[in-house]
Design a protein around this ligand. Structure first.
Ligand SMILES: Nc1nc2c(c(=O)[nH]1)N[C@H]1C(S)=C(S)[C@@H](COP(=O)(O)O)O[C@H]1N2
Ligand SMILES: [Mo]
Length: 254
């Protein structure tokens, strides 16, 4: 007999619940406990939902693996830069990013924006974790920054917040989101340094999101705007990120 895996067990559980409560009941339970990823209606639907639920039910607080300094990949994998950066970015860059601000708005009691030097003076956190690209490569690096949770507290994120939307200067229509558990997970950082040095243009200067429990594409570079919300459907086409239309599932964990 095959051993029952955690995943098989959960599938059986969901089917059992759905059978007992009816599909409508199951959906209500899933909505109530935030078990449906925002892009569940796409072709990622069933598989993604199951992975997401396993993660939410069994691994909400699980930590991404951390490595020792000797395991850091030298040199780090050289990724391509993606679409060209706007002229505004180069202006910030020429000025040493002194004028860069990270805005936080939405469901917060104190909408605000932080300068880079304010962020640098906050309690810092470092993690040596692996960044994995959906294209198949990965490397280990040390990222330093401020836990996103700390910024959410400073801005006074309301207790009914369910998602955190984040945007990059490059390009303007590239955005993503995390559910509030991932956003408040202790390893989710707003990073400003990698391997002990300030981020460079290639690695996302001056600030990047670092979400070590999910694939690299959630770790958006050049971020300048965070919006807290209780209604992710109001953003873009309601899928939780700009990715699903282009082939990138919203939930990129395992
Ligand atoms: N703004 C922006 N963020 C981005 C990307 C990008 O092209 N632009 N690439 C993403 C992808 S697909 C991956 S895998 C990681 C790679 O991070 P790295 O270049 O530091 O290795 O950055 C992510 N963040
Ligand atoms: Mo990637």
């Amino acid at each position: 007999m095959k051993p029952i895996t955690r995943r098989r067990f959960l599938t059986t559980g969901i089917v059992t619940v759905a059978g007992a409560a009816g599909l409508y009941g199951a959906e209500r339970i899933a909505n109530r406990y935030g078990l449906i990823p925002p892009d569940a209606a796409t072709w990622y639907g069933p598989g993604e939902t199951l992975d997401y639920d396993v993660q939410r039910i069994f691994g909400r607080n699980a930590l991404a693996r951390e490595f020792s300094p000797s395991q850091i990949t030298h040199p780090p994998f050289r990724n391509e830069l993606g679409p060209p950066l706007p002229a505004a970015y180069h202006q910030f860059q020429q000025n040493g990013f002194r004028d860069w601000r990270l805005k936080i708005d939405g469901l917060v009691s104190n909408p605000t924006s932080f300068s880079l030097s304010e962020i640098h003076s906050m309690p810092a956190c470092s993690q040596i974790t692996m960044i994995s690209c959906e294209e198949g490569w990965s490397y280990i690096g040390e990222w330093t920054g401020v836990p996103l949770s700390h910024l959410l507290d400073l801005a006074g994120a309301k207790p009914n917040a369910t998602y955190v939307v984040y945007r990059s200067i490059q390009p303007d229509d590239w955005w993503d989101s995390l559910d509030i558990f991932e956003a408040r997970h202790p390893q989710t950082l707003i990073a400003y340094a990698m391997n002990g040095k300030d981020l460079t243009m290639r690695t996302g200067a001056p600030l990047r999101m670092r979400v070590p429990r999910q694939l690299g594409y959630k770790s958006i570079k050049f971020i300048n705007h965070i919006t807290v919300t209780d209604d992710i459907k109001r953003f873009g086409d309601g899928m939780g990120s700009s990715g699903p239309a282009g082939g990138y599932a919203w939930f990129a964990g395992e």
